[in-house]
Design a protein around this ligand. Structure first.
Ligand code: GAL
Length: 419
């Protein structure tokens, strides 16, 4: 048992989890820890706050700046270790099961029953938010990671079409460089490097290879020829970013595509939330296409979990917040702002734009042809320590002259150490 688990076992009364029943009481307070601080993200979380306050709740905002969530995860761990967990937290993937395994999360079964979650959630999300058959979190969306966002005017300057293979991508990027245009807008942060990395893994290796390497952590997949080709492609992409990429926040890179400072960005569809916040229309003001070579779907999904807390008002606040998140109107409003598609699959599609509808259609197709894969970069595929090994090696390679062969050797070593 690691340090956190040992300390938690001491501080957490392991007894029966408090079941959150959907009854309402006077005071309903929720301190909400999240990292949605960019334009689109803030609009989306603002919609949740508005709905919560309209229903009588008192929202205490606890934002942690820094896209991707690594900074927020550090704050969460320190808060829990200090015995002062937030009322609600934006969380996802195996992290939900880790906290549930410590007995730290409230049981949401009564709210789930009252709101009919079983009838509207796809099995892939239900698996993420239930632990030992009990609901311990509630999903708010489905994000797709493997998107390429394109400024159509800059692409037209080199008479190029949206690339569908990495060879076409490289040829287009070379032509853009030749024309004095920055091909790729990027923020040099480990999670952003890993976001590009996993789209290349899927694009060059396909969904089976993706699962072998990033989910099963198969040694041959991690160190073989295909992974060498992935790092060689990462080296090409490194040559297409501008000199000021280190440390840039992801949404500022999206802004570069919007403002014509760069032609393309490889990023999940939270980037669409930034375009939407600037009233830009998908398919017109910008293009959204799957990253080269990927017909599949790299899934990321955000959820909210509710820690065991003291105080009737906070427990009532948890019940209220949990009961709102899968509501039909909220699911539409939130996901239009966030750039994601709804977690509930029974909503009409007419309010959603061409990119969101493409995401819904490609998700259905990916489920049908088994090309739906969980995001490693966004903490759906694997736990934090092994994910950390991937991020370390991918970022080291991206920011050095390390060869692809050296990178795969280091990757195998680091992943095996972290397992
Ligand atoms: C992801 C998160 C998204 C988005 C992105 C950038 O990990 O799931 O909702 O916010 O980070 O911050």
């Amino acid at each position: 048992m690691n340090l956190i688990n040992r300390l938690l076992a001491g501080t957490m009364a392991v007894g029966a989890l408090t079941a959150l029943s959907p009854v309402t009481v006077s005071a309903q307070t929720a301190e909400v820890l999240h990292y949605w601080t960019s334009g689109g993200e803030a609009r989306a979380v603002g919609a949740l706050r508005e709905e919560f306050e309209a229903a009588g709740g008192t929202w205490v905002d606890a934002p942690v700046a820094g896209g991707g969530g690594d900074a927020q995860a550090t704050v969460l761990r320190s808060r829990v270790l200090a015995g002062d967990p937030p009322t609600a937290v934006q969380i996802k993937g195996p992290n939900i099961h880790d906290w549930a395994d410590e007995g730290a999360l409230a049981n949401l079964d009564e709210v789930a029953e009252a709101e009919g979650w079983d009838d509207v959630l796809p099995p892939l999300l239900r698996d993420i938010v239930t632990f030992d058959g009990e609901y311990v979190a509630v999903p708010v969306n489905i994000h797709r990671v493997n998107w390429l966002w394109i400024n159509p005017e800059l692409l037209a300057e080199v008479d190029a079409e949206p690339p569908t293979t990495w060879d076409e991508f490289n040829a287009t990027a070379d032509a853009l460089l030749e024309a004095g245009i920055t091909p790729v807008a990027h923020g040099g942060q480990p999670w952003q490097d890993a976001t590009i990395f996993e789209t290349v893994v899927l694009g060059l290796g396909g969904p089976d290879f993706y699962r072998e390497a990033l989910v099963e952590l198969d040694a041959d997949a991690l160190s073989g020829e295909t992974m060498i080709a992935v790092f060689e492609q990462m080296r090409r992409i490194r040559g297409y970013v501008d000199p000021n990429f280190p440390g840039r926040e992801w949404n500022l890179a999206t802004g570069m595509v919007m403002n014509g400072e760069a032609a393309m960005q490889i990023m999940g569809d939270w980037a669409k939330g930034e375009f939407a916040a600037s009233d830009l229309e998908g398919g017109m003001d910008y293009l959204c296409v799957p990253t080269p070579g990927t017909s599949g779907f790299i899934l990321n999904s955000d959820s909210f979990a509710f820690f065991e807390v003291e105080g009737d008002d906070r427990i009532a606040g948890q019940r209220l917040l949990a009961s709102l998140i899968l509501g039909e109107s909220f699911q539409e409003t939130f996901n239009l702002f966030k750039g994601s598609i709804p977690a509930r699959t029974d909503l009409p599609r007419d309010a959603f734009d061409v990119c969101a509808v493409r995401s819904m259609e490609d998700l259905d197709q990916a489920v049908a042809d088994d090309s739906l894969v969980p995001s490693m970069a966004h903490e759906i595929a694997i736990g934090r320590s092994v994910r950390g090994a991937f991020l370390d090696v991918v970022t080291q390679h991206f920011n050095s002259d390390m060869s692809a062969e050296e990178a795969v050797e280091l990757l195998l070593e680091e992943v095996e150490l972290a397992m």
